[in-house]
Design a binder for this molecule. Structure first.
Ligand code: GDP
Ligand code: MG
Length: 310
């Protein structure tokens, strides 16, 4: 949406262009009032109408949108647009009637109208800014097919999530990083026979305890609940950066937050882990699948297939 100065410029410019086509002075002024008003009304209506569209989004996107934009501020801006639009229309109707009297009155009323809309639109400055910032964030939303199955990768940093994403989506790797608040979602596509599964890597979101996350991140995490799919929790048995017990705590927390989702646990880096390390990890995470660079996600894929057949 144009800012307040541009909005006035556009409206007056357009009004002038249309008015020039009119030779009668009175009608010229009437045209100025009608056209300038229409230009502003249309821009405001467009912004007002964009909000129901947000409300109709899939719950995943809706929750994501309201995680990254301030809902109350946006709604306040929209309410401001609405009130301004109503005032402008009312004023336009009143002045158009009055301006019909004669040439002199028409000039006077048109000047009055321009002055009034100028001050009304100027006051929209903050609301327009708020609205445009929200729009910018909407454009940056990740491109996830909510109707398809998603594999959401979780686990502490350095456990091998990004590597696993590449391993899983090897053939048709189309990894795109999406800007998302300060975080990114890495999304890879895994082509199946009839469908396309998306693998979502969530650095900074599902790789550390909840208490370490801010409100935006918490809401973003909860949005992931609305995706159709499964959670894969990746474990580093080497305990290079995080102890097994700590990794287990994170898993428990993820279970708490995603009660509706099935979780597959992957003990990764089996190619370089010792037997003791694997055993320790297996003891803590029973039912886990073992995987590594050399195994190429074979075991995980088998588990996924079992799940998809259900
Ligand atoms: N040997 C071995 N190294 C791995 C494996 N998976 C990941 N790594 C390494 O572990 C490190 C962290 O991996 P990365 O995928 O970035 O972890 P993320 O932080 O969970 O995304 C990198 O140096 C990877 O090369 C594996 O299966 N075997
Ligand atoms: Mg990573």
């Amino acid at each position: 949406m144009p800012n307040e100065k541009q909005l006035i410029d556009i409206a007056f410019h357009r009004a002038e262009k249309e008015a020039r086509k009119e030779s009668n002075i009175k009608y010229r002024e009437l045209t100025r009032i009608a056209v300038a008003s229409k230009e502003i009304e249309e821009k405001l209506i467009k912004a007002i109408n964009s909000i129901p569209e947000i409300k109709e989004l899939h719950p995943f996107y809706k929750n994501l949108v309201f995680a990254i934009i301030d809902k109350n501020k946006l709604l306040k801006s929209i309410a401001h647009f609405n009130v301004s639009k109503k005032i402008i229309i009312k004023l336009k109707k009143k002045l158009l009637i009055e301006a019909k009297k004669d040439k002199e009155t028409a000039i006077k009323k048109r000047k009055e109208f321009y002055g009034r809309i100028n001050s009304i639109v100027k006051k929209l400055k903050e609301s327009i800014k708020e609205y445009n910032e929200a729009q910018k964030k909407l454009v940056e939303l990740p491109n996830i097919n909510v109707n398809e199955f998603s594999i959401i990768l979780t686990g502490y940093p350095n456990t091998g999530k990004t590597t696993l994403l590449k391993r899983l989506t090897k053939s048709k790797a189309e990894i795109a990083a999406y800007p998302f608040t300060t975080k990114k979602l890495n999304i890879g596509k895994l082509k199946q026979k009839y469908t396309e599964i998306q693998v979502i890597d969530t650095p900074g979101l599902l790789d550390r305890p909840l208490e370490k996350r801010n409100n935006i991140e918490k809401k973003a995490i909860l949005a992931l609940q609305y995706l159709k799919g499964i959670i894969v929790f990746v474990v580093d048995p080497l305990e290079e950066t995080t102890k097994i017990e700590t990794q287990k705590k994170l898993l428990n927390e993820i279970k708490e937050n995603f009660k509706e989702k099935s979780i597959i646990i992957v003990i990764n880096k089996a190619d370089i882990a010792t037997k003791e390390q694997i055993d320790k990890a297996l003891k803590e995470f029973n039912n886990a699948v073992i995987d590594s660079n050399t195994l190429n996600a074979e075991n995980l894929k088998k588990e996924l297939e079992k799940f998809l057949k259900k």
